[in-house]
Design a protein around this ligand. Structure first.
Ligand code: ADP
Length: 634
């Protein structure tokens, strides 16, 4: 923590010389010791001191020995001989290490001229003998890039050493390799820098292996990303485009095309592509290709991968256009789904590219994924078509059932129209009689006006009934809107009130005030409720009570409409089947067996539900639940 008097390090810094002094110090264990302290300045090749090396050697034993031996120098010669022998052994030891090292070791002067090199170094740089290297070569001659050499020299002069420096070397006959360098400045006995020791390891193989692993990792993650896309999307075009992007992202190719077979399986149609000029891709033979035509057409025919690593040498009839586009190599990957050819993926490059086996395997793996995507898309298409067909069939059933209920209603409607018509007829006759008898005069005007008023009212009533009927029978497209349940119930009842009256059925309607609206198709919901009311009326051939109750359920999230009758009820046996299409317990005139299955279809189609409770001989309740339009009242 404090500079010593006569600081040796400071002296070395000032004059660039080695300094030494003996000092008495107290060792940790309390023993006094004599130390030889030595400071050595280390210079860089520009001659400036980079650091000073300070060593302390315990020479207590040596001193004592010297004192003991004193003037007796009899054994001196023997001691020198032994010391020399030791030195020789030590030198041999280091030489063996130097020569046998697998790493190249160079000893150079400060200008990096090679002074000494081991056999590994000679071989690494492609020389035969040491002499060829040590007479005229400098390590700097072998750097591939000038900027690496400058970086190396800079680092060395700044720190006095360089470790793990990676660069590329070019040895004799242009053999290039990746080199890992370590270097130290060697200080001579007088503290001057005398040269460098440079150790070079050829890491080309490790580098290559590393690059292969990286490449493999990138490919695996690409494949993984593609398979995730395939599994997360049913949109084939989206999958194909993302797949192409992924292939191009890994930069081993410049353009990709994906062709899929048409329905007739005789032509390949370009479905997705990237990396081409518009002109080229617009050519007819690029947009679609007959099976068997050119390398592309043959790939789908044989189901085998085709490689044109040099387009110039390929026998494709469209070679000229490819050359014009600057494409030099193309690989054709067959695409299959469930073992059947579905298309071809073509990956092209602007250079003559040697497609390695593992790159081909990688592209084939992508090809398999595309096959899966095509299969998924086909499945999806099939399901969609089946769904649409089913929906169509359901709509047809609903229409048929509507006609059936219209048939059932026509009798009561006719009856209902008959009454007002009879009134109109009566009044018309009455007025004609007045004319006949010439009594159609001023005095009768008041009566005539009353007759006409009645006729007007009654015809309007007929008009209303017919309008209701027409309205119900008209086929309209489904349109979901927000409606009040009471209005739907009333419009259903208008069509059947008279029938209820005839059958001696009392109607009770209980609508909870302030009910939320329902999100539904008005006509369909009306039809469902009407079907239930007709069934209830038919179940009470001897008359009875029909109750229609509408309440809110589950915190206003649903509306519950309960239609109850005091009719014949349903046996447990029948209860299992009533929602089946064409299940009926009625005779052919009265029952088709579609009413409840239509109710079920309509209500579940609105995300609602229908339940039934019945006791034979006592009556039946149908519970319809429909989602409310506003659920934000909590
Ligand atoms: P349909 O009325 O043409 O027979 P539905 O599908 O409407 O066809 O009804 C099927 C069967 O369910 C009826 O035949 C009847 O046996 C029974 N059913 C339906 N509603 C009731 C009800 N309210 N009371 C008693 N039975 C009923």
């Amino acid at each position: 923590d404090r500079k010593c008097e006569n600081c040796l390090v400071e002296k070395s810094f000032q004059d660039g010389e080695i300094h030494e002094a003996e000092e008495m110090v107290m060792m940790k264990d309390g023993r006094p010791a004599k130390m030889l302290v030595k400071s050595t300045p280390i210079q860089n090749n520009a001659g400036s001191i980079v650091y000073v090396f300070e060593t302390a050697t315990d020479i207590t034993g040596k001193k004592q020995l010297k004192e003991k031996i004193g003037p007796t120098t009899g054994n001196l010669q023997k001691a020198v001989v032994e010391r020399l022998k030791e030195l020789q052994e030590s030198e041999e030891k280091y030489r063996t290490i130097f020569e046998n090292s697998k790493d190249a070791i160079f000893l150079t002067d400060l200008s990096v001229k090679i002074k000494e090199v081991n056999q590994a170094g000679v071989a690494l740089l492609g020389f035969k003998t040491k002499n060829e290297l040590t007479t005229s070569q400098s390590v700097t001659d072998f750097f591939e890039a000038q900027k690496d050499l400058s970086k190396f020299q800079n680092e060395l002069s700044l720190k006095g050493f360089v470790t793990e420096f990676e660069t590329r070397f070019v040895g004799r006959h242009g053999r290039a390799f990746d080199a890992l360098m370590t270097s130290n400045i060697i200080a001579g006995s007088k503290g001057r820098n005398v040269g460098l020791v440079i150790i070079i390891t050829d890491i080309s193989k490790i580098k290559h292996a590393q690059q292969q692993i990286e490449k493999q990792n990138i490919r695996l993650s690409t494949l993984n990303a593609i398979s995730m896309t395939v599994n997360s999307s049913l949109n084939l075009n989206e999958v194909l485009e993302k797949t192409i992007d992924k292939i191009l992202e890994i930069l081993e190719s410049d353009s990709v095309r994906i062709y899929l077979l048409n329905d007739n399986k005789d032509e390949l149609v370009l479905t997705a592509h990237k990396g081409f000029t518009e002109n080229f891709i617009a050519k007819q033979f690029m947009k679609c290709r007959k099976v068997g035509d050119g390398l592309l057409g043959q790939t789908v025919l044989t189901g085998n991968t085709k490689v044109a690593d040099n387009v110039l040498r390929s026998r494709d009839p469209y070679v000229d256009s490819f050359i014009e586009e600057g494409l030099k190599s193309t690989i054709y990957i067959p695409l299959a789904s469930k073992g059947e050819s579905v298309g071809v993926m073509c990956v092209s490059s602007h250079s003559i590219y040697q497609f390695s086996d593992d790159y081909v395997a990688f592209l084939n793996a992508i090809g398999n994924q595309i096959g899966v995507a095509v299969e998924n898309a086909n499945l999806y298409e099939n399901i969609k078509t089946a769904y649409l067909e089913l929906k169509d069939a359901q709509e047809q059933v609903i229409r048929a059932e509507k006609l059936a209920s219209l048939g059932k209603l026509s009798a009561t409607i006719a009856h209902e129209i008959n009454n007002p018509l009879a009134a109109v007829l009566t009044y018309a006759k009455l007025m004609l009689k007045l004319i006949d008898r010439d009594r159609f005069n001023q005095g009768k005007l008041k009566d005539i006006s009353r007759y006409l008023e009645t006729m007007k009212r009654e015809t309007a009533r007929c008009g209303d009934i017919v309008k209701n009927l027409l309205d119900f029978s008209r086929q309209t497209k489904i349109s979901i809107g927000t409606h009040a349940i009471e209005e739907i119930i009333d419009r259903a009842l208008v069509l059947i009130t008279h029938e209820l009256e005839i059958n001696n059925i009392r109607l009770e309607k209980q609508i909870q005030p302030g009910l939320p609206m329902v999100k539904c198709d008005f006509k369909q919901t009306q039809q469902a409720l009407l079907n239930l009311v007709i069934n209830a009326s038919e179940a009470m051939s001897e008359g009875g009570l029909l109750t229609i109750r509408a309440t809110a359920a589950e915190h206003d999230r649903f509306l519950e409409v309960v239609i109850s009758d005091t009719g014949c009820g349903i046996t447990d046996e029948d209860l299992k089947n009533i929602f089946e299409p064409f299940f009926t317990t009625k005779d052919a005139e009265n029952g088709v067996g579609l009413g409840l299955s239509v109710v079920y279809g309509i209500i579940t189609g609105h995300n609602g539900s229908v339940d039934v409770k019945s006791e034979p001989g006592k009556g039946t309740s149908f519970i319809v639940r429909l989602p409310a339009a506003y659920t934000g009242r909590n």
